[in-house]
Design a protein around this ligand. Structure first.
Ligand code: SF4
Length: 63
């Protein structure tokens, strides 16, 4: 699974980085994916997606 953050939508609230710091980090008030492969090991990735207030996170299934 590959998490993607739409930086235009992200408001820098920090929810995702708090919920899933292994995958998301707040840098310059935008969420960045620091380890996309970690999404395969941490269920918090989906929780972060669900708790983004502006739906800036999508998780794409890799083929
Ligand atoms: S939860 Fe959404 S809006 Fe908040 S920092 Fe993460 S991507 Fe940005």
């Amino acid at each position: 699974m590959m998490p993607v953050v739409d930086e235009d939508l992200c408001i820098g609230c920090g929810n995702c980085a708090e919920i899933c710091p292994s995958v998301f980090q707040l840098i310059d008030e935008k969420s960045r994916v620091i380890d996309s492969e970690a999404c395969d090991f941490f269920e918090c990735c989906e929780a972060a997606e669900e708790n983004c207030p502006v739906e800036a996170i999508t998780i794409e299934e890799e083929e």
